[in-house]
Each structure stands twice: as structure tokens, then as C-alpha cells.
Design a protein around this ligand. Structure first.
Ligand SMILES: *Cc1c(COP(=O)(O)O)cnc(C)c1O
Length: 375
């Protein structure tokens, strides 16, 4: 008798507890109705694009697509290690740093465990915690800034992991390395502290360090980094983690054996070696971040001081100009920003620093919006 689909009602497959509590991550949008070519300032990508050497390396890699990539991404780990003076055996590469964040949660969190992130922390942390059946615990921030005492106050015997983006997205704020050290000292030793340094290259502050030394000198701190932001390779999905030896061993056990493609490895090597291109991106940001922040404030919109390649601006509902209204108006002018209501910031918009022309177009459009009679 051949197998038939049963017509009697049967229970449908059910995902693990926690999965259906996840709100699907909505990336920054990139399209406008009517096929207008938008100015996309919604995903913190660099306006400079990738290093020309990275594009060249990617094109060269196309010649060898039939071969599996090097599963250890040795060339990339070696290049990263050389660039930052690290031990390459403690670097694990991922398909974007998102994959590394997910793998860390998968390895260290399960039902009954708690993972902490801050009130306006990057949403991927919550998703990674819930995916593994663990409980998300949110620590309060102070003026949209990480508050170390508030994190320490929500630690319980069940806490296994703390995720901290420094600087944070979408707020653009940071805490000094002394505060990160104080957090590490205050956390129980078995709690893994994950420092997400997606924007660390942009920060120009004397009291800031990404935390590579903290990783090197403790056995319970990990740092994740990405090629998606300053290196302009978001499409290729390249991230890396610097880990204590034991954590690197754990990640290497659970990661896909070929989790980076060879074009990604090749482009990543060229990108990390192009110091001049990275420096140009920093200089561009140094020029336009203060300019945009000042221009926006002069138009009467409050800006949270940022050290990254984006700014968070706050609209004032009571004067009739909402973030939603601003977003709609800016879209009508071809500008796409990031709504951040899903981050608990319904009155704010996040703006990525663009090219000079894009930045000027944005300020002109915002000026038009603020001049319009409020509705
Ligand atoms: C953009 C971003 C990342 C990087 O994600 P990739 O997966 O590497 O593209 C990680 N963390 C934060 C806070 C980010 O904003």
C-alpha cells in the first residue's frame, strides 16, 4: 500500500519554546515605491564602499568557485591577527558577526538560563537568547547609555551571558573601557561577557578601547567584530570573534565547517590590509558626524551624542512633528532612514552618515519638514 497523507487532523510541528516569542528582525529598508532611486541611510553601511583591493580580490576568487573554501579561513584569521597583534588560533570567523552572536548563544544558553542586554541594545541579542529557549533580561540604561550598575543589578544565579554593544546601535553611545572592566569584575566568572565592537573602528575617544586586551587576559570575555560597517562588505557577510582559547574551541565545534565563502575570505584579507581606506572612512566620519549632529540640532531636533557612523535623533510629539511624520516626509524626498520603534524608541529616527551630497540632501529635507506647519 502506498503512503497517503492522512486526512484526519493531526498535530502540526511545534517549534521549541521561545521561538514564537521572537519578533522577526526587520532590516533597514532599501526601496521606495515608484522605483525612485533612494538615498539609503538606514543600515549604517559606509558611504565609501569597500576597498578597491577587496573588490579585486573578490573578482579573482571567482575563478575558483568549484572548490570548497578553506574551512578554517586561515588567510583571513592570519590577516586579522597581524593587523591587531592577536593570536590567530583564538580568532573564529563567521558569516557576519550575527552568526557568531547566534553561535555563542547556542553554545552557552539553554532553557532556564538568562541572557542580559541593555534597554536599547541591538535586537539580534534578544533573538539569539530566545532562539535557545533562554530568558531575555533587560537592564535599564541612563540617558540612552549603558549603565554598568543596572546590568550588575539584574544578574541572578541563572545569568549565563551579557551582550554589550560598545558603541551601541541604535543609540550611538559608548562607555569607557574602565566601565567595561568594572562590569567584567562585577560579573560572576561563569558569565560570558560578549562585547560587540561592530562600530569600534569609528570611535575617537581617549577613554575608549574595544576590549581586545580584556579578551586576551580573561577566560570569560569575547569580542565580535564585523566587515559590514567600516570595511564596506556587508553583502559578503564576514565577521570575526576574538575568544578565550576554550570559547574558540567551542565555536569551532558548532560552526558550519565552511561558514565563510572563498570570495569572502579573499575580500576580507584585502580589506583589513587596506589601512588607507579604513583611515579615509574614519576621516569622513570625523568630518560629517559633528556637522550632521550640529545641523540637526540647529533645526530643533535633539540628537543623542554619537561616536559611531550614525546618529539617533528625537522628534517632539507635542509640537506635532512625530518621527513617523518625519519618516514619511523624508521618504517622499527619496531619503530612507531607520525607524526604531522596535527598539522602544517610537519618537526617534536613526540616520547613517552618508556621502557629502547625501548628508546635505538630508539636512535640506529635514529643514523643509521642520518649516512645514505642524499637523
Ligand atoms: C551591524 C551590526 C552588527 C554586524 O552584523 P553583521 O552580521 O556582521 O553584518 C553587529 N552588531 C551591531 C550592534 C550592529 O549594528
Amino acid at each position: 500500500m502506498s503512503a497517503t497523507l492522512r486526512s484526519v487532523p493531526s498535530p502540526a510541528p511545534v517549534p521549541r519554546p521561545g521561538i514564537l516569542d521572537i519578533d522577526i528582525y526587520m532590516p533597514g529598508e532599501s526601496k521606495l515605491p515608484g522605483g525612485v532611486e533612494p538615498i539609503k541611510l538606514s543600515s549604517n553601511e559606509t558611504p565609501l564602499g569597500p576597498s578597491p583591493h577587496a573588490i579585486e580580490a573578490y573578482n579573482q576568487a571567482v575563478k575558483d568557485l568549484a572548490r570548497y573554501p578553506d574551512g578554517q579561513a586561515t588567510a583571513l584569521r592570519t590577516a586579522i591577527a597581524r593587523r591587531y597583534g592577536l593570536d590567530s588560533s583564538r580568532i573564529v570567523c563567521g558569516s557576519g558577526s550575527d552568526e557568531l552572536l547566534s553561535m555563542l548563544a547556542h553554545a552557552y544558553l539553554g532553557p532556564g538560563d538568562e541572557g542580559i542586554y541593555t534597554a536599547h541594545g541591538f535586537l539580534v541579542y534578544r533573538i539569539a537568547i530566545l532562539t535557545n529557549g533562554a530568558t531575555p533580561v533587560v537592564a535599564a540604561e541612563t540617558d540612552l547609555k549603558t549603565n554598568v550598575d543596572a546590568i550588575l543589578a539584574v544578574v541572578t544565579p541563572r545569568t549565563k551571558m551579557v551582550f554589550l554593544a560598545n558603541p551601541n546601535n541604535p543609540t550611538g553611545t559608548y562607555i569607557p573601557i574602565d566601565e567595561v572592566r568594572r562590569l567584567r569584575v562585577g560579573l560572576p566568572g561563569h558569565v560570558l561577557l560578549v562585547l560587540d565592537g561592530a562600530y569600534s573602528e569609528y570611535v575617537r575617544r581617549n577613554d575608549y578601547e574595544a576590549g581586545l586586551e580584556l579578551v586576551a587576559t580573561t577566560d570569560n570575555t569575547v569580542m565580535t567584530r564585523t566587515f559590514s560597517k567600516i570595511h564596506g562588505l556587508a553583502a559578503l557577510r564576514i565577521g570575526w570573534a576574538y575568544c578565550p582559547e576554550a570559547v574558540a574551541g567551542v565555536l569551532n565545534r558548532i560552526r558550519g565547517p565552511f561558514n565563510l565563502s572563498s570570495p569572502s575570505i579573499a575580500a576580507g584579507v584585502a580589506a583589513i590590509e587596506d589601512r588607507a581606506h579604513e583611515e579615509a572612512a574614519i576621516q569622513h566620519n570625523e568630518r560629517w558626524l559633528p556637522w550632521l549632529s550640529a545641523e540637526i540640532e540647529m533645526l530643533g531636533v535633539q540628537v543623542t551624542p554619537s561616536v559611531a557612523n550614525f546618529v539617533l535623533m528625537h522628534f517632539n510629539r507635542s509640537d506635532g512633528r512625530t518621527a513617523e511624520g518625519a519618516d514619511m516626509f523624508l521618504r517622499s524626498k527619496g531619503l530612507i532612514l531607520r525607524r526604531v520603534a522596535s527598539y522602544g524608541l517610537p519618537d526617534a529616527l536613526r540616520l547613517t552618515i552618508g556621502t557629502e551630497a547625501e548628508n546635505r540632501a538630508f539636512v535640506a529635507a529635514l529643514a523643509d519638514f521642520m518649516r512645514k506647519p505642524a499637523t
